[in-house]
Write a protein that binds this ligand. Structure first.
Ligand code: FAD
Length: 365
């Protein structure tokens, strides 16, 4: 049987595109090299808890159209992301707000916090920041930088802040209110029943084949579809012929613990360099779980090499220039649409990936 579309990747981009196409009567075959659908938003149930296998995912958007769209596929709870930072034996609220500052300096008013930050910045006399350390110091002052930014950023990038470019931090989201809500978006929550169920609903009406790698599959079935939607890595599609784009990867160590509450919060960042992981996620707190056990994931940031799971694109000048060259090749590829975080080599939040997939579908269908 010949399909209208072969959709490579059952992640959010592929699933939204497929949903739009099926609705309009197109026949779609969706393949994924993993043994499951949903891509990086995949959640699996362990001990009655929805575990986010590829990292914590909180849905947030200010776009009412996207919010209404995603709510067709799941009901969302009222989870608000309010991470905690642990530095040595000190505990702070994130994002940087009056709760953080009052704990750090034993103060109460916004003016006191602003004065301390301003005086710490002035003491440093940094006028032209040459690296990330100088940039962060010139924006945050010494205390916030040393306790909450330095170690975490160095673990994330695997390099000292003095060797990282200043553009990584353009501004710091300081809030001079007692507001621990990490996101400024109007809508936020976690889907009740997990993200995998959302992808499954979106993919209804398509044929799905997991454990199926595009490159082998297309060799054996070159005429399977009229058009292809490719959401894998753009450089891999072209056999890395111009070189490999760089990523950062993340390693997760997931454990079931025989306690009902390990850390009292879904997301705890470890900002001290001596603690090797960057965060511990306690999944049940995303859904206000009351199970007798708990599941935690320690996240370790790591260097990426071809063959590993790519997580974060390293969008420096060199990689962006290389991506643009691949993009030129992609534009010449007939009947192939490149989409999603890997096909477009950019970090996309879920709401943005949905918008991009809808736009691609509007243009193609
Ligand atoms: P993916 O989900 O990666 O889907 C691509 C699929 O293509 C994969 O399943 C892959 O196996 C498959 N594939 C690739 N190559 C091939 C091939 N050759 N053959 C067959 N299949 C192939 N967004 C938010 O809005 N909120 C958050 O809190 C949030 N947290 C995040 C945390 C982390 C650690 C990361 C990395 C991202 C986070 N995101 C978050 C972003 C979110 O994960 C993405 O927006 C979304 O997953 C992108 O979907 P996608 O379909 O583009 O990619």
């Amino acid at each position: 049987m010949k399909y209208d579309f072969l959709i490579v990747g059952a992640g959010l981009f592929g699933a939204v595109f497929a949903e739009q196409a099926v609705k309009k009567g197109y026949r779609c075959l969706v393949i994924d090299r993993r043994d499951h659908i949903a891509g990086n938003i995949y959640t699996e149930e362990i001990e009655g808890i929805q575990v986010h296998r590829y990292g914590a995912h909180i849905f947030h958007t200010s776009d009412r159209k996207i919010w209404n769209y995603i709510n067709q596929f799941a009901e969302f709870n009222n989870y608000i992301n309010s991470p905690i930072a642990v530095y040595k034996n000190e505990t702070y609220n994130l994002p940087f707000n009056m709760n953080t500052f009052s704990r750090m300096w034993n103060i109460r008013t916004p003016q006191e916090a602003k004065d301390i930050i301003a005086s710490q910045i002035a003491e440093l006399h940094i006028t032209d920041p040459k690296n990330l350390e100088e940039q962060a110091l010139s924006l945050a002052g010494r205390d916030v930088y040393e306790k909450l930014i330095k170690g975490y950023t160095e673990k994330q990038w695997g390099r000292p802040c003095t060797e990282l470019p200043s553009f990584i931090i353009k501004r710091l989201p300081f809030r001079f209110t007692y507001n621990n809500n990490y996101f400024n978006d109007r809508y936020q929550g976690i889907p009740i029943g997990g993200y995998t169920a959302i992808a499954a609903k979106m993919l209804q009406g398509c044929e799905i084949r997991t454990n199926t790698d595009y490159f082998t599959f297309i060799r054996e079935n070159p005429d399977v579809a009229d058009r292809i939607v490719f959401t894998g890595m753009i450089d891999e599609y072209f056999g890395y012929r111009l070189g490999a784009l760089q990523y950062r990867s993340v390693r997760f160590e997931t454990e079931v613990l025989d306690t009902d509450n390990y850390q009292g919060n879904a997301v705890v960042n470890y900002t001290d360099r001596d603690v090797l992981y960057t965060r511990i996620i306690e999944h049940k707190h995303f859904e206000f779980g009351t199970q007798p056990k708990t599941v935690i994931s320690r996240e370790y940031s790591s260097e990426w090499r071809v063959g590993m799971e790519p997580y974060y694109p390293v969008n420096n000048e060199e990689n962006n220039a290389l991506y643009r060259k691949y993009r030129e090749l992609a534009d010449r590829e007939k009947n192939v649409i490149f989409g999603g975080r890997l096909g477009q080599y950019r970090y996309y939040d879920m709401d943005k990936v949905i918008a991009a997939a809808m736009e691609a579908a509007d243009a193609a269908l």
